[in-house]
Design a protein around this ligand. Structure first.
Ligand code: GLN
Length: 535
């Protein structure tokens, strides 16, 4: 008889940025290797309906799913670390909870009752978990709760989980609490008190964690495990160390396997599963840590100082690098610095150059200089979304002689709007969820570099943009040598541009970085790294 769906809830304590998302994703990897099917999801206790309207300074990357949902970047880890394909149902925010509750109240769905946090908002959260259960046939649903236990914002979600665990039966639920064990250097001691106190906070709400995952810089000895176990009311074997990894986030599943997190979870949920075989994963990690070759790739962007703004791009470069036994050393370059110092000052000696997506005109002229530098100096170039638009503008200006060509995003009165607003975008006023979003099909034209890389004439890629290659300029630009190598099907919008007479020059209107995986690098990233190796 099939077992009921099992639930893992991952909460965080002590501080934020603990790597909860990576812990959840890594557990997903391990459970899949145990032969179980998993779905991951994230609950975010902020009031934005989705992170699509947040600046990268606030939130890092917005990760886009097949169905066009703009989600938290942890969903990127989930899709990269496991086989799950996620949808808009897998990222619930307080904004969505309240939006739904208020919409129902206005419709009169609550039949005259006073509408309250409990039960109406908590019901909304539980309904989402049930909905995700019905939509998937996964053995296990792993839910990460954003924020830190003790935050006012998160309380509602934790209360909903407490109720939910009673409703589905405590045997079907495993609560994992991820905490920090700080090391007080002067005393040479690991401190367990913050962990004790954050577990106490959870128990106040009525949640007793089953497993405690402790972020530590060093190993966790048995004495500390016993101490945490005693104060937190768990068995010592259920206190798991999650050490800082030395080289790459892909070491996390291997690290968590040391204390057998996956087996503890499997036992806790009464699941039958096999011992995981991490050999392939380990090979991938080894290739990242000890590669034979090395290339330097400049990423020229606007949010370059932010660790998380281009997360999926950096991950995709790592995947592609590993597949070529190559370390990709990323040189982050501020587009505005190029405006100030010129391209050569920052890009000399690079094996390849990438311009990522972006919004707004700060730094665009620096990016245009970057594209020119790559094109003229035969340096492998990859432009993604805005990067593709920039390459088109540069080509129009400097090869086609279209003076002051631009995107209407940056210059409404440009004489040559080679990038312009799509028809259906004209008149759009709301900024939330109104772009061209999500996966759509394109046709790759035979005889192009794109066709060679994909090895297929039909592709599906994810989008997040408003502006497009303006078809009115297509003929003129193509004649001058910027080839259009993929168009959307059936609309015929320009999806990939390339220069044939160049070692590697590709611009993609979509975001290939959302579909690259550890052992399955994206073909364009793979081709890009291969070209960097030759340059
Ligand atoms: N700002 C551009 C547009 O909206 C590019 C968006 C992006 O790079 N994601 O079309």
């Amino acid at each position: 008889m099939p077992h009921p769906t099992k639930y893992i809830f991952v909460t965080g304590g002590v501080v934020s940025s603990l790597g909860k998302g990576l812990a959840a994703a890594s557990l997903g990897t391990l459970l899949e290797l145990r032969g179980l099917s998993v779905i991951l999801q994230k609950f975010d206790p902020y009031l934005n309906v989705d992170p699509g309207t947040m600046s990268p300074f606030q939130h890092g990357e917005v990760y886009v799913l097949d169905d066009g949902a703009e989600t938290d970047l942890d969903l990127g880890h989930y899709e990269r670390f496991t086989n799950c394909r996620l949808s808009k149902f897998n990222n619930l925010t307080s904004g969505q909870v309240f939006e739904n509750v208020i919409r129902k109240e206005r419709k009169g769905d609550y039949l005259g009752k006073t509408v309250q946090f409990i039960p109406h908002c908590t019901d909304e959260i539980k309904a989402r978990i049930n909905d995700v259960t019905l939509r998937s046939d996964a053995d296990v649903i792993i839910t990460e709760i954003g924020g830190t236990v003790g935050d006012i914002e998160g309380h509602l979600f934790l209360e909903a989980l407490r109720q939910f665990s009673l409703e589905v039966g405590r045997d079907n639920v495993c609560f994992i609490h991820v905490t920090l064990l700080p090391l007080i250097k002067a005393a040479g001691e690991i401190k367990t008190k913050p962990t004790q106190q954050s577990v106490a906070k959870l128990r106040e709400i009525g949640i007793q964690p089953d497993i405690i995952v402790c972020r530590t810089e060093h190993d966790l000895d048995d004495d500390n495990k016993k101490k945490i176990a005693m104060f937190c009311n768990v068995e010592a074997k259920n206190v798991v160390a999650f050490r800082d990894v030395d080289h790459t986030i892909y070491e996390c599943p291997i690290d968590l396997r040391r204390d057998k997190l996956d087996r503890l979870v499997s036992d806790c949920l009464g699941l039958e599963s096999k011992t995981p075989d991490l050999a392939n994963w380990q090979t991938f990690v080894d290739r990242i840590i000890n590669p034979t070759h090395e290339v330097k790739v400049a990423v020229v962007g606007k949010y370059i100082e932010l660790q998380d703004a281009y997360k999926s791009i950096y991950e995709s470069l790592t995947h592609a690098g590993a597949s070529h036994d190559t370390r990709v050393v990323i040189q982050r370059v501020e587009a505005e610095a190029i405006e100030k110092d010129g391209a050569a000052a920052h890009l000399d000696g690079m094996n390849a150059i990438l311009i990522p997506g972006g919004f707004g005109d700060r730094g665009t002229e620096g990016k245009i200089l970057t594209a020119k530098y790559s094109r003229e100096n035969n340096i492998p170039f990859f432009g993604i979304c805005l990067g593709m638009q920039i390459a088109t503008i540069e080509f129009a200006r400097n090869v086609c002689g279209l003076e002051n060509a631009n995107s209407t995003e940056f210059d409404k009165n440009t004489p040559h709007p080679v990038i312009s607003l799509q028809e259906e975008q004209q008149g759009v006023e709301d900024l939330g969820a109104t772009m061209r979003l999500g996966a759509s099909d394109s046709q790759v034209l035979a005889g192009t570099k794109a066709a060679e890389l994909y090895g297929s004439d039909s592709i599906s890629e994810r989008h997040r943009h408003r502006y497009e290659f303006n078809p009115a300029y297509r003929e003129q630009i193509e004649k001058a040598g910027l080839k259009i190598s993929a168009v959307s099907d059936p609309e015929g919008l320009v999806e990939i541009v390339e220069i044939a007479d160049h070692p590697f020059f590709i611009g993609a209107q979509f975001h290939p970085e959302f579909q690259s995986k550890p052992n399955a690098p994206h073909p364009i990233f793979s081709g890009f790294v291969a070209a960097a190796l030759k340059s």
